[in-house]
Design a protein around this ligand. Structure first.
Ligand SMILES: NC(=O)C1=CN([C@@H]2O[C@H](COP(=O)(O)OP(=O)(O)OC[C@H]3O[C@@H](n4cnc5c(N)ncnc54)[C@H](OP(=O)(O)O)[C@@H]3O)[C@@H](O)[C@H]2O)C=CC1
Ligand SMILES: O=C(O)[C@@H]1CCC=N1
Length: 268
């Protein structure tokens, strides 16, 4: 691909650009960025990653790929602004939460459209992404998208409707983990450790546990039992989690996010 244009230049666009440029998966000078009004932001992306700033919207005409990366509430306006200039051969990759392929086809006409739900860990090549395609995406294009997404992490192909679940779990997931670390830091300082020490300990604990799950063929439940001595500290901790409705809390979190993704699809 000779020209890839990001429509929207926020956190997710930067995470994908950062990941691709670092991995040398896409050459920076083939990537163009545009947004609604924040020119300083475009210059920052140019200076940091070596991407190009799209001079005017008409310049999307010869783009091979447009990546839609605005907030869902701005999707219709963004599509209206690019529709007059979009070339017949241009394909679409959307990272918009909730917004369906049907809505994009309505806004940008019949063409190859892929919807991907990555996460911000794309920055370091550690995204966990789900992807779905419309029927116009060729086998060759699919292969290319899967390669591009693999360069910034794990990618799984799912039915489009399941992207709501992917969004709730791994799209939003990094925020839950950061929130968890914030909670560990808060309580860790209450029980006497400096915040930086709590952070170091808990980042390593998270990374270690994730690596154990990746490298050892055992269920989370079995690994948990190996930590839990009868009458010990872990058992006391898990009991407190159960008493405070841990499972219900996580279930409410994921179901609320999934529901919100469905609402975004309806423009709510
Ligand atoms: N952040 C995340 O972790 C993830 C986000 N996503 C999805 O990615 C999308 C972008 O999210 P995120 O990067 O966080 O959002 P940001 O708010 O960080 O960025 C949004 C960008 O869209 C631009 N924009 C708004 N309206 C228009 C328009 N009409 N034409 C062109 N550009 C426009 C904004 O420009 P300006 O600043 O000039 O207004 C800004 O650059 C969302 O749809 C979200 O659902 C998906 C997975 C994870
Ligand atoms: O919060 C959001 O809507 C987006 C989608 C997934 C992560 N951030």
């Amino acid at each position: 691909m000779k020209k890839i244009v990001f429509i929207g230049a926020g956190s997710m666009a930067e995470a994908m650009i950062g990941g691709w440029v670092k991995k040398e998966c896409v050459q920076a000078n083939k990537i163009y960025v545009t947004n609604r009004s924040d020119y300083t932001r475009l210059m920052y992306l140019k200076d940091t990653y070596g991407v190009q700033v799209l001079e005017k919207l008409a310049d999307i005409e010869d783009a091979d790929l447009l990546i839609l990366a605005v907030k869902p509430k701005d999707a219709v306006a963004a599509m209206q602004s690019i529709a007059p200039y979009i070339g017949d051969h241009t394909a679409i990759l959307s990272v918009l939460a909730g917004i369906s392929i049907k809505t994009i086809e309505k806004g940008l006409y019949a063409r190859p459209i892929a919807r991907v739900m990555p996460n911000t860990s794309a920055t370091i090549g550690m995204s966990a992404s789900g992807i779905a395609f419309n029927t116009r995406v060729s086998a060759q294009q699919k292969k290319l998208y899967l390669q591009m997404l693999s360069a910034i992490g794990l990618v799984v192909e799912v039915e489009e409707d399941k992207l709501h679940a992917v969004t709730a779990l791994s799209g939003s997931g990094p925020a839950y983990i950061y929130y968890l670390i914030e909670a560990f830091e808060k309580v860790g300082t209450e029980i006497g450790l400096p915040k930086e020490v709590v952070r170091q300990l808990m980042i390593q604990t998270l990374a270690g546990s994730a690596s154990m799950l990746q490298s050892i063929d055992e269920e989370p439940n079995a690994l948990r039992r190996k930590v839990t001595s009868p009458g010990g500290t872990t058992e006391a901790g898990i009991r407190a989690l159960e008493a405070h409705h841990f499972n219900e809390t996580i279930s409410a979190c994921i179901k609320s996010a999934e529901q919100r993704s469905r609402e975004l699809a309806k423009g709510v």
